[in-house]
Design a protein around this ligand. Structure first.
Ligand SMILES: [Fe+2]
Ligand SMILES: [Fe+2]
Length: 148
């Protein structure tokens, strides 16, 4: 399995979690449940971004550079999402915490779409199947997923 397909799969799992968190946030008196879900979200986003940068961004850097262009933009967006999520977890006012999560989920959805529509197809053209399948094996090892 190609790394880009594995990352698309992770995005799919995130979209389900984003919807769930929005449902919980809309419920009154669900603060404890909501805090638990957003703590999980923060850990998952951090892990997804770190893996993406360590494998995919690192392989693309010699081709695209990382001071400007798509990798620089996407890296800045990773930092921005982490900032929104950190604010959300530190916020004691429920209404403001909900605003932070709404910022974070909006930013995450648009970032993921950008990767799916631009970065992953670009990576597939530049790196080719062999490299992406090798990195897919590294992904599987980190995630403890059996692929073959
Ligand atoms: Fe990303
Ligand atoms: Fe991603």
């Amino acid at each position: 399995m190609k790394l880009t397909d594995a990352l698309r799969g992770e995005h799919g799992a995130f979209y389900a979690l984003f919807d769930e968190i929005e449902d919980i946030a809309a419920t009154e008196d669900a603060m404890a449940q909501w805090l638990g879900a957003t703590t999980v979200l923060e850990a998952m986003v951090t892990s997804h971004e770190a893996l993406e940068e360590r494998l995919l961004f690192a392989a693309l850097k010699p081709h695209l550079g990382d001071r400007s262009g798509p990798l620089a933009t996407l890296h800045t967006e990773h930092e921005e999402m982490e900032r929104f999520l950190a604010h959300m977890l530190q916020e004691s006012d429920v209404d403001r915490a909900i605003l932070w999560i709404s910022e974070a989920l909006g930013a995450a959805r648009s970032h993921f779409k950008k990767e799916e529509q631009i970065l992953f197809p670009l990576a597939e053209r530049i790196l080719g199947d062999e490299v992406l399948i090798r990195m897919g094996r590294e992904w599987a090892e980190v995630r403890r997923v059996t692929v073959d």
